[in-house]
Design a protein around this ligand. Sequence first.
Ligand code: ASP
Length: 339
Amino acid sequence: MSEKILVIYTGGTIGMVPGEKGYEPKKGYLKTLLAERIPELKARELPSFDVLEYSPLLDSSNMTPWDWFKIAKDIYEHYSSYQGFVVLHGTDTMAYTASAVAFLLQGLGKPVIFTGSQIPLIETRNDARENLIASFLLAREKDLKEVVICFGNKLLRGVRASKVDADSFAAFASPNFPPLGEVGIELKINKELLLPPLREECKLRVKQITIPNLLIFPLFPGFSGETLEQLIATQDVQMVILETFGSGNAPEDNKAFLRALEKGREKGILFVNRTQCLKGKVRPQAYATGQVLTHLGVLPAWDMTREALVSKLICAYSEKGLSFVPRALNSNWCGEVTF
Ligand code: ASP
């Protein structure tokens, strides 16, 4: 097998240069930038690499599920030619894409490392260089058979990661699962936390994607249940994520809200309960204010991140339709949930 890795360059701050309207990507420039700014990439300890540059290069805020699918398909198509993959991606929606790619690629047996930076590589002081070198090293780590984010000295499972800081180099956290590794004096991988190896006969498969109409409705004290009722009545929505309080609680005396859930259910809309707390999980039986949702058929998302939940709902819906989603929510596909 080739010792090379494939760098999939989708865009993001890492390769941007100052332009008239602020930082922007520059077509065809990454290879020169890497050679000029990180000459060590030629060192023997680092794998040699090819670059697959996307066109257009995107700020990740402009990405859609079609871009998730393109990345997964490109990994699938180049799978046998490389020992690992580094995806250069903007930080804003990196956790969504990393989650989706993990769900879309079934039977993954090689490392897929997502990375990027908060300051572009072209700047003298930047976090791109460290993130890139660590990612290159990890992309040939044979025990790593999953999609991860390598950023700010941490190695996180993609389906457990969230962007939590817009300013610091430690932009990502994995609130409900320990880091898979740390980039310190040593590149330390906590091997006992990695996904287990696949059975021999497991072949890589890439799932297809269709985009449902999905809505996220965050609750706050005094929110208007009528607004949700209106949305349910007038919009063609298939799934609604309710972002609830604490361990999955909602006001049991907000009549319009409860009516909206009932009417939605009659219309065949699927409601999911995710806590708006950064850490911890939905416990549907803990409080009366949580049980009211269970009685109305709202399904718990347990401790999934918003990013993993959104992409899992889209992937499950794409695979087998709305009726498959409840079963998908009650199974652990690639380490995204603890029940
Ligand atoms: N807006 C940029 C993006 O997500 C931010 C970054 O790359 O850090 O593409």
